[in-house]
Design a protein around this ligand. Structure first.
Ligand code: ATP
Length: 323
């Protein structure tokens, strides 16, 4: 293991947050992935600093899952360079995979086995030494709040418990890096909140987390940093609050009315250099705190004020919507 690799692995595995000088846990440079004539990942540059949670945020089809698959070498890039925990992928993907945990979007637990047995199988596959296996499995069960259900067959677990077990399975070998592909997709709000608690707990253990999601709220709550992805590229990168401040400002004013009124609002705002977005029957004017009084008069008094959000940023930068 090179010194850089050693640093990447141990920085993410340690309880202390990694310093800015630590090498990134994941690095992609100019990565391209094509399926036939279609380019799913289009020159992607992305770093995930060790010890942080990065949210890869984008609508369906943005290329998030393909990016995850490139990191595990389930898909092979046509161009570019990928490093995971200091290992070059796909060349050293076997070693990279052994050091990371992968939590897939689809539940592929063994339903005939108990929660505990599912984890034991993976502890074995991940080559956790025999003498350390029991403790590793117990730890993963505790982290996922499943100790009391360890002897329950997967078939008899609730949907939320199965999801927690799936995450626990990806953690059983105490990886320095965990890839979570849409961890809460399709789950009800209560189960989602439970999982958020679990994912948040990973960060306090110093684990690096790369999480794809199309839920804005998920990224806002969990991620230290967000990469907004659209059509296979990262279009903006930063902390959720930073991105909102930079691209949408503090406040937004929503104007409702007939189409010609909305067009007039857009025209006036854009002439003044203010970003706008359409939402069904309204036009939102972003960075509203910078609107001078004369322009506010021109826009009219009918606007509804609200705080700017990451969703505003996404729509303004990509023209697409996420939930
Ligand atoms: N094996 C494949 N063959 C052909 N096209 C593919 C393949 N895998 C993905 N794609 C296409 O690549 C694009 C990006 O897909 P990807 O699954 O990475 O998006 P995503 O951002 O993860 O969205 P979702 O949340 O829907 O999974 C989509 O248009 C998809 O149809």
């Amino acid at each position: 293991m090179t010194a850089q690799r050693q640093q990447a692995v141990s920085a993410s595995a340690s309880a202390e947050p990694a310093g800015p000088e630590a090498p990134p846990a994941v690095s992609l440079r100019g990565v391209v992935k094509r399926f036939g004539g279609f380019t799913a990942v289009d020159g992607l540059d992305l770093d995930v600093p060790a010890g942080t949670c990065l949210g890869l945020l984008g609508p369906n089809g943005a290329g998030k899952s393909t990016t995850m698959k490139l990191l595990t070498a389930q898909a092979i890039a046509d161009e570019g360079e990928i490093t995971v925990l200091g290992f070059a992928v796909p060349r050293e993907s076997k070693r990279a995979r052994a050091a990371m945990g992968v939590v897939p979007q689809q539940d592929n637990l063994d339903e005939e086995l108990t929660a505990r047995e599912n984890l034991e199988v993976f502890a074995h596959l991940y080559r956790v030494p025999r003498r350390a296996r029991r403790e590793a499995v117990d730890d993963a069960l505790a982290l996922a709040h499943l100790t009391g259900r360890r002897l329950t067959k997967v078939d008899d677990l609730s949907g939320g418990m199965r999801r927690r077990l799936l995450i626990a399975r990806g953690l059983v070998h105490r990886p320095a890096l965990v890839l979570l592909d849409e961890p809460t997709v399709g789950l009800d709000p209560q189960v989602r909140a439970e999982l958020w608690g679990l994912i948040d707990g990973l960060r306090s253990r110093g684990t690096t987390v790369l999480m794809s999601t199309h839920y804005i709220e998920e990224a806002e709550r969990l991620a230290d940093g967000c990469a907004l992805m659209s059509h296979g590229r990262v279009v903006a990168r930063g902390g959720p609050a930073e991105l909102v401040a930079e691209h949408a400002g503090e406040r937004v004013v929503e104007h409702y009315g007939p189409p010609d009124r909305l067009e007039a609002v857009e025209r006036i705002a854009r002439a003044a250099g203010l970003p706008t977005r359409r939402t069904g029957p309204s036009v939102s004017v972003l960075k509203a705190e910078t609107i001078p009084p004369s322009l506010a008069d021109e826009l009219g008094p009918d606007g509804v004020r609200r705080a700017a959000s990451l969703e505003d940023v996404f729509v303004v930068l990509t023209g697409e919507r996420v939930e």
